[in-house]
Write a protein that binds this ligand. Sequence first.
Ligand code: NAD
Ligand code: UGA
Length: 434
Amino acid sequence: MKIGVIGTGYVGLVTAVCLADLGHDVVGTDVVEDKIDKASRGISHIYEPGLEELLKANLKKGNLSFTADLDKAIQSSDVLFVSVNTPQKEDGSADMTFVESVSRTIADNLNDYKVVVEKSTVPVKTSMWIKKTITSCKKKDVDFDVASNPEFLREGSAVSDFLNPDRIIIGVETDKARDILVKIYEKFKDRILVTNIDTAEIIKHASNSYLALKISYINLIAELCEKTDADVNQVAKGMGFDPRIGSQFLKAGLGYGGSCFPKDIRALTKIGEDLGVNMNLLREADRVNLDRIDFFVEKTKKALWILKDKKVAVLGLAFKPETDDIREASSIKIIKRLLDEGSYLRLYDPRAMENMRKIFPEEPPQISYVKSPYEAVKEANALLIITEWDEFKELDLKKIKEVMDNPIIIDGRNVYDPSEVRELGFEYYSIGRQ
Ligand code: NAD
Ligand code: UGA
């Protein structure tokens, strides 16, 4: 059985490499030739811990390859994992043009029975549209099945998430497709849940929206904590001991970013509203999330009074640690606001500076990218923590205090202990804590 992975972005590249690592014969394909060229040479076009090593190892083993020839990749595969992007449209719904385009290409190249698997996050009923498109466009009278196998990996731990999944969801409408997918994931057979396709599609959107809801909830509680003497980190810890609540995804901060939670919660809201369901619960979670930026900028203003001409060190640009991804990162909105106010920014991130330069090109003295946190804070009037990279937790704060013009830290991710930092002589502001 040969597996084709269509779209080798953050999900597709990990999927291709990990399926090969599980022992399958895999070909990855993408419309962006540079990604294919790099992957073929064992270079990952994204930063994802462990991915490049595994890519190299599986290329060497000989059961993983990449081609920019979509037609060939489709014709030679028995199972096709579709992992193209499904971005947000203006009205909040998911843009399905890439999935539609792939469906047409599959129809053109359908030469034998194939299972077309939705790996991308798609609205419920997408399988019906894929089926309709392929059926109406296929050139040969051959059979196919559509299935849903949503992906739950997180960026930054994608390889280990893929290879140690807590569940594999398989949405199918035929026994043949079910047996093929169950065989692919045989190694995880104790964690497979087989459902119908609508259910599998909704499981993905419902899971992401629930996690987003959890984050907005703790951020709301953080706001409440700030108005009292409570500490949101301790509140989250206390809540998390209850196994019904659980301790994960209760980190208060700058809210959720990334290419998925913001778009997926809006997509599910739109799906529900189009079906006549009141989705205000999700709308509110989205609003709470958007408000985090205002809260943080207000906090910064409270600390500095006037932002114009202030030198601000910004540590952390990626939407979360251990990735170079800046899609929907809080940093982008915060940087825009500070630039509008006339601040001078020195930006640092261990992995995401190259991507950020494409949005905010270097323009000294207004915008400079620096090589280390210590360079960023030199003569700065404030230090902002936007992403909680481990590197920032381990900074020599004494050294930092010596070189800053004003020892002020505004910590959007609660990286430091307030009393320890204040003891060193810093003015310190964080989220949901005094
Ligand atoms: P991405 O933009 O990194 O990758 C998508 C890839 O598809 C790109 O490389 C693009 O060039 C390619 N592509 C687009 N049209 C194509 C076509 N017609 N033929 C071949 N290739 C084509 O996106 P991503 O982050 O990998 O996300 C992909 C999907 O997976 C989305 O639906 C997303 O919601 C979902 N998802 C993402 C994550 C994540 O952590 N990024 C996790 C789970 C699910
Ligand atoms: C998320 C989900 O965790 C994955 O299961 C899912 O597959 C993926 O979306 C997807 O569908 O794309 P990811 O976006 O990579 O993964 O990263 P997360 O670790 O979930 O973080 C998302 C955002 O929430 C980040 O901005 C992070 O800073 C924020 N977050 C997370 C918090 O603010 N608090 C928390 O407690 C946890």
